[in-house]
Write a protein that binds this ligand. Structure first.
Ligand code: HEC
Ligand code: HEC
Length: 214
């Protein structure tokens, strides 16, 4: 192992990653485009919530995926979406992505992973990905009883499999998602706008609890 790689490992072991995250956060927060970047992903998903935190995949996610926005949760997207998202993000890190001007301003100090690490990153995200709801298994999702859930919970990612959580767990997840929605300024039940679907949190929780993992 090269000594620089060894040094890096020591830093990681010493928890220097947390400082890197802070430094990255500061950089994008201070960018003239900070407001836009801040809205890309909500806060609240922190380093210590990553699955298999000691794995190389988790370390790479912490290293590369906080440079422009808040940390992404691997469970946000289903497996088949991650590869293309990682590709899109890595192009940006290399300064070859869309939003060129905006990203060029931020490029000073932004690092891109080597191809080998890009593969590991994508594999890690896929391994801990969201599982999509199978409508054949839950036909109720297409009935009126599933409407609030169907409309609210598909806006940012696939409809999640209700068996991901127990009946006890779901309300807290739904409450966090409400915060995510407020954060991203999308449809929130409390502030109806003309033409937007009315979200009924009780209906969403009821649907998920009916089909939750036992
Ligand atoms: C160079 C800056 C930059 C880095 C580094 C970066 N992203 Fe992004 N990311 C963006 C921008 C800009 C957007 C908003 C536009 C878009 O969605 O492509 C975004 C959006 C996202 C989204 C929300 C869009 C969606 O499809 O849900 C996710 C998830 C995401 N990034 C994950 C990641 C992951 C995982 C990494 C690390 C592999 C990463 N990002 C690294 C710039 C970056
Ligand atoms: C505004 C965008 C947005 C909407 C709308 C949204 N989510 Fe999410 N969801 C996220 C983001 C961002 C994450 C990853 C960060 C996190 O876990 O908070 C996520 C992650 C998840 C996860 C995986 C993490 C876990 O704790 O299991 C589940 C399950 C989930 N959402 C369920 C839902 C449900 C149910 C709804 C509808 C009430 C919903 N989401 C609506 C943005 C959204």
């Amino acid at each position: 192992m090269r000594s620089s790689a060894l040094l890096l490992l020591c830093f990681v072991a010493l928890g220097i990653n947390a400082n890197e995250t802070d430094a990255a956060r500061k950089r994008w927060a201070e960018s003239p485009h900070g407001l836009l970047l801040e809205r890309i992903l909500p806060p609240g998903f922190e380093a210590d919530m990553l699955p298999e935190p000691a794995s190389r995949g988790a370390q790479l996610t912490l290293r590369y995926c906080v440079q422009c926005h808040n940390l992404a949760n691997p469970a946000m997207h289903e497996a088949r979406k991650w590869r293309s998202i990682v590709e899109r993000m890595v192009l940006r890190m290399q300064g070859r992505g869309n939003m060129g001007r905006l990203m060029a301003d931020m490029m000073a100090g932004v690092e891109a992973p080597a191809p080998e690490d890009t593969k590991l990153l994508a594999a890690y995200l896929r391994k801990h990905a969201q599982k999509a709801l199978d409508p054949r298994r839950y036909p109720e999702v297409n009935s009126p009883a599933g409407e609030s859930f169907r409309r609210a919970c598909v806006q940012c990612h696939v409809l999640p499999d209700p068996r991901r959580h127990t009946a006890e767990e779901w309300p807290a997840v739904v409450a966090r998602m409400q915060k995510n929605m407020e954060w991203m300024n999308r449809v929130v039940g409390s502030k109806p706008l003309p033409g937007e679907p009315q979200l009924r949190i009780e209906d969403i929780n009821a649907f998920l609890i009916r089909h939750a993992r036992r």
